[in-house]
Design a binder for this molecule. Sequence first.
Ligand SMILES: [Ca+2]
Ligand SMILES: [Ca+2]
Length: 170
Amino acid sequence: MIRQLHFFQQFQSKTRLVKQCNCLLFTFLFCSIPLLSQVSFLESAASFGMNISYGNSDLGGGVSFIDFNNDDRDDITFATEDTEEICFLENNNGLLTRVYFKGISNTLKTKQIIWVDYDNDGDKDLFVTALNGSNHFYKNNGAMVFTNISNSIGFFYREQTHYGCHFWRY
Ligand SMILES: [Ca+2]
Ligand SMILES: [Ca+2]
């Protein structure tokens, strides 16, 4: 009887030990994975050549991350404050360089920047809303040379306050 009791106590002790190990393993696996998988970020805009602000406006303007020149690298476009040209930053292997495009001259207070291939010719065209003036639509004629077609496509062209816009194939 004593031997059976001793055996039973040993069995209980081993079972308890296995349960404790399972609990520790469970805790390690399910508590440490989220900690190990956290992503950290480093602010590095200046090191990529990006030193852009929206002037003194308290509302700010839009930004677009899109490969506007179809070289398979995403570029950045910023809306700008009054008297400033729209800011195009071309991505050259990770270094951003400000570029200007023939046919685009817009010093209004811009809010929304939309790149869209509205005519399906393979190059991206540009639509810009303005807070204190008329919106503008620039057709890309190829090689990043643009024509302002705002008046000729039937788009309403009034001086009115505009913020956002969106293109969608419906
Ligand atoms: Ca690009
Ligand atoms: Ca196009």
